[in-house]
Ligand binder design. Sequence first.
Ligand SMILES: Nc1ncnc2c1ncn2[C@@H]1O[C@H](COP(=O)(O)OP(=O)(O)OP(=O)(O)O)[C@@H](O)[C@H]1O
Length: 258
Amino acid sequence: MTRALMQLNDLVTHIPEREPVWPLTLEVRGGQCWGILGPNGAGKTSLLHTLAGLRKPRSGFIQICEKPLDQWSRRELAQRLGLLFQDHHDGFPATVRETALIGRHPHLHPLAMESATDHAQAETALRLLGLETMSERLVSTLSGGERQRLAIATLLTQNPDLWLLDEPTNHLDLHHQIAILDIISDQVQQGRAAMLSMHDVNLAARYCDHILLLYPDGEACWGPTQNMLEPTALERLYQQPLMHTVVNGTPVFLPAKR
Ligand SMILES: Nc1ncnc2c1ncn2[C@@H]1O[C@H](COP(=O)(O)OP(=O)(O)OP(=O)(O)O)[C@@H](O)[C@H]1O
């Protein structure tokens, strides 16, 4: 059995002014890809930020690689866990290459310069994301989709075992959505684990082997994808009637028109 990279024990995300919600008790193992589905405001981002140690849970606890989350230093944690934010803000003026190289910082001594190997890892990641011709461009000149690809290239450069991704297909055209999800799948097949919040149920059905459903009233349920993508459960989740079919063995859902 593959190792548990993350364990949640009775975890309740702290969402201000919300009644206590369903506690989460689950394990994310190497080789697993978890999709988090839920309507706007259900708490997907809050959960991912809690799992990354950026906000305190209301109750319960989280273990990363079998050690409590709060016992890792930020640096040690960043060697194991990477978070893709939903929105990217420019900090200081930086080029595409410099930004991708930031992914190596958790692995470097605080005073060390990046080595040729670090540069090579950043170059490889930029190439994989189709950004190699833009490496000298300022990040502020990139389109929304290019910035999203750069954020994923930076995560690849960081090379964590556990990938937490908040809407990784945001801003991306169809080709790049699939390219990104294929990259995440490759990482998972190499024994890493991914947890991604998504709004596209059909992509979740194709790429995720486990699903966590977060309902707006705080209810949650989770399990293997084939058990979770039930049309009635999804209609209740999104308060939206759905049409449902199966294509090449994969369920496909379409919103029904009124
Ligand atoms: N700091 C805060 N203070 C008050 N309410 C907050 C705060 N942070 C988040 N919330 C609320 O918590 C709820 C969950 O927000 P969150 O961003 O986690 O939802 P989400 O499922 O990721 O939504 P979306 O699909 O729209 O991205 C929302 O109702 C949001 O307004």
